[in-house]
Design a binder for this molecule. Structure first.
Ligand code: NAD
Length: 284
């Protein structure tokens, strides 16, 4: 199936990175968000990101301008017409299903619905959508325009043609797709859960400070310490993923989400995107 336009839903941390990836690869890109302010913020951040790449001589000014011109920003769902939609909205099944069903009403019969969920069951999502065979998981990593890996999550319903089209699209976006079975947290988020949860336990038990843990783990070779990484991901998202993996795996004690993170979420300390999380940030 030929993909000309990629619709990206949700203009937050992940959506804007996925839109940038699509636009840089030359696709017509539609960035949809319910909040006009989120679209404004995303546009500003995309311009900043493109300027940075020009300064570093990774791309020319002409390529940056062309990429930006490929992206249409909209808060009107009626304008959402594309061959594939990749959703990056809240980490909850119901809003994702509702969005895909709305998009199915507007789009032609072959349209593909891809979820960027970090942990939710793509099969459960597919079952609730009008066209389960057109649903797939495409799990990008943060920052989406820089990280190569994409977990491609199929369900028992996913049509072979849908899987092939999504796989080829990831190659066209210069990503490294990896096929995953639909299970809680897929591969990376399942393996990474203890990295966050054990670090949070250490500070709850006052065995170490978060600064010490971040410093020690980066010295040990990890690209980012767990607390800086959770702030980059967004504590609201990271906590939702912890709860979702914990619930789906039958609530094992070792994966119990931390009350420290729950408190941060409840007080709006979501990390880099809100200006404060474990650490403080300027220019949120
Ligand atoms: N943050 C990460 O590191 C990361 C990595 C991989 C996958 N994900 C997944 O990507 C998804 C989005 O995460 P994020 O960090 O980008 O979230 P975010 O909070 O930064 O952005 C979400 C955006 O979605 C918009 N939105 C909410 N409901 C909407 C709807 N019904 N229609 C259109 N827009 C809507 C919000 O206004 C917001 O701008 C989640 O499912 C998350 O699990 C996140």
């Amino acid at each position: 199936m030929q993909i000309n336009t990629i619709g990206v839903c949700g203009a937050g941390t992940m959506g804007r990175g996925i839109a940038l990836t699509a636009a840089l690869a030359g696709f017509n890109t539609l960035l949809f968000d319910l909040q006009p302010e989120a679209l404004e913020k995303a546009r500003g951040q995309l311009v900043k990101e493109l300027n940075k790449s020009v300064e570093k001589k990774k791309i020319t000014e002409a390529i940056a301008a062309q990429a930006l011109s490929h992206i249409a920003f909209t808060s009107e769902i009626e304008y959402c017409l594309a061959e594939i939609f990749i959703e990056a909205i809240v980490e909850q099944i119901e809003p994702k299903v509702a969005l895909f069903n709305q998009l199915a009403e507007l789009n032609h019969g072959d349209c593909i619905f891809a979820s960027n969920t970090s942990s939710l069951s793509v099969t459960q999502m597919a079952k609730a959508i009008q066209h389960p065979e057109r649903v797939i998981g495409l799990h990008f990593f943060n920052p989406a325009h820089l990280m190569k890996l994409v977990e491609v999550v199929t369900t028992p319903f996913t049509a072979t043609a849908v899987q092939q089209t999504a796989w080829q699209l990831m190659l066209d976006l210069k990503k490294t797709p990896v096929l995953c079975i639909d299970s809680p947290g897929f591969i990376v988020n399942r393996v990474a859960r203890p990295y966050y949860i054990e670090s949070l336990r250490l500070i709850e038990e006052q065995k170490a400070t978060m600064e010490q843990i971040d410093r020690i783990l980066t010295s040990a070779g990890f690209k980012m310490g767990p607390f800086a990484l959770m702030d980059l991901i967004g504590n609201d998202i990271n906590y939702a993923v912890s709860c979702s993996v914990y619930d789906q795996l039958g609530k094992p004690e070792r994966l119990k989400p931390s009350f420290v993170q729950q408190q941060l979420v409840q007080t709006g300390k979501w990390g880099q995107k809100s200006g404060e999380g474990y650490y403080q940030y300027k220019n949120a």
